[in-house]
Design a protein around this ligand. Structure first.
Ligand code: 13P
Length: 288
């Protein structure tokens, strides 16, 4: 299996992005894996603190490790949005492939201090673990909203600045950088589409000097996503859209099978809906 770093290098060379999909349970896991497998594409499974507490911190890892033995595509496990050193340490000690150190809501100095401590710890345990940091606030919840998250960086003056990105990455020594470039976590009920600032992405890719990750992948237009990849995004996180797909699939499964009590029957549509949405995203990310 190709390493995580090799997959990212490959994606950058080809002008593509790797899909990162958040899961809360095994149905979502299979939806993601099935979609990646039929397309023969690498994929990153993401679990935030809440998602991995629900699934089991060790059980999420066991799922990924077991599927790697059975299929040929590279599958990686990312501890998404991790807010404290203790929780970062937990997943590093356990053997996750990467971790997002999220200090985006802290002041710059505190964000830097926590991120550096986590990166140093990861390096001392296993230099192959990829560390990612965030700079700029883009909201914090993969949910449906009426109004944009308060304080989110959606206008040009609030976006991450190239010079900030450069000094932050240099000071903390992370492998991957997640800037605020217009996307937000979650998705508008009113169909409001976040605008991605692709010129800014290009400038940040040059100044940061490390691969860039786009968070808040739900709700952006397909064309904006394609342009963002061209501008220098190597990994794209999607959560809300597949949460919605799961819920709708579950509702359909229950409605279509009113007397069924076997979960593996009425949950089939939840898996296939997740697979459908992940497949559509992967097609865009891989240049189809
Ligand atoms: P969305 O919920 O907007 O897709 O964002 C997901 C994300 O960035 C998880 O890290």
């Amino acid at each position: 299996m190709k390493t995580y770093r090799e997959c990212i290098e490959d994606a950058e060379k080809k002008g593509l992005a790797i899909g990162h999909f958040n899961i809360s349970n095994t149905e979502m896991f299979w939806g993601v894996i099935n979609a990646a497998k039929v397309r023969n594409l690498p994929v990153i499974i993401g679990v935030s603190e809440g998602e991995r507490d629900f699934l089991g911190v060790g059980q999420a890892l066991a799922l990924v490790e077991s599927v790697r033995k059975e299929i040929d595509i590279p599958v990686f496990l990312n501890a998404d949005h991790t807010y404290s050193f203790d929780r970062v340490k937990e997943v590093i000690d356990m053997g996750y492939d990467s971790v997002v150190i999220d200090g985006a809501n802290l002041c710059l100095v505190e964000n830097m201090k926590m991120t550096k401590k986590c990166v140093d710890y990861a390096r001392s345990v296993n230099p192959e673990i990829l560390t990612e940091c965030e700079l700029g606030y883009i909201g914090s919840s993969s949910s449906l909203f009426d109004d944009l998250p308060e304080g989110a960086a959606v206008s040009e003056e609030l976006l991450t600045r190239p010079e900030e990105a450069e000094s932050f990455v240099e000071a903390v020594g992370v492998d991957l950088f997640a800037p605020a470039v217009g996307s937000v976590h979650g998705m508008s009920r009113k169909g409001l589409t976040p605008k991605l600032y692709t010129d800014r992405i290009k400038e940040i890719r040059e100044s940061a000097g490390v691969p860039l990750v786009l968070h808040g992948g739900s709700g952006s237009s397909d064309d904006d996503i394609r342009e963002a990849i061209k501008a220098g995004i190597s990994i794209i996180h999607v959560s809300t859209e597949i949460r919605v797909a799961y819920r709708e699939g579950l509702a359909k499964g229950l409605k279509d099978n009113p007397d069924e009590v076997a979960p593996y029957r009425y949950l089939k549509t939840a898996v296939s809906e997740v697979e459908r949405v992940v497949g559509e995203k992967l097609d865009i990310f891989s240049g189809k």
